[in-house]
Design a protein around this ligand. Structure first.
Ligand SMILES: [Zn+2]
Length: 107
């Protein structure tokens, strides 16, 4: 699973506020934790910003994302500090999550 695939996946998702489709350049990967990806999306239509967590399994260990710009990677390393509380929140979130991204966006 690479960054391009993630962006393609996100292009199939519409903005929950205005219904505009996200474009690849509007999707920013903040970080990942195993099969879990954190994405920041920016709507070109209504300029709303959203945070997306996506679980993507491929049946093998995910590869390191290497094609981030250097400054993005630096930012990612700062953001990607995840503590036990975060993981617990995430665990609870994923237990309830049914894969319906549009519902998340419309919250
Ligand atoms: Zn929008």
């Amino acid at each position: 699973m690479d960054e391009r695939l993630i962006k393609r996946l996100m292009m199939a998702v519409r903005c929950g506020v205005c219904g505009e489709r996200y474009e690849g350049e509007n999707v920013r990967i903040l970080g990942r934790y195993s099969d879990l990806w954190f994405l920041s999306v920016y709507c070109p239509g209504c300029h709303s910003q959203g945070l997306v967590a996506a679980v993507l399994k491929e049946g093998k260990l995910p590869e390191l994302v290497t094609d981030l710009a250097e400054e993005e990677y630096a930012k990612f390393r700062e953001i990607a500090v995840v503590d036990a509380d975060d993981m617990l929140d995430l665990h609870n979130f994923l237990k309830e999550f049914d894969g319906d991204f549009s519902r998340i966006f419309s919250k």
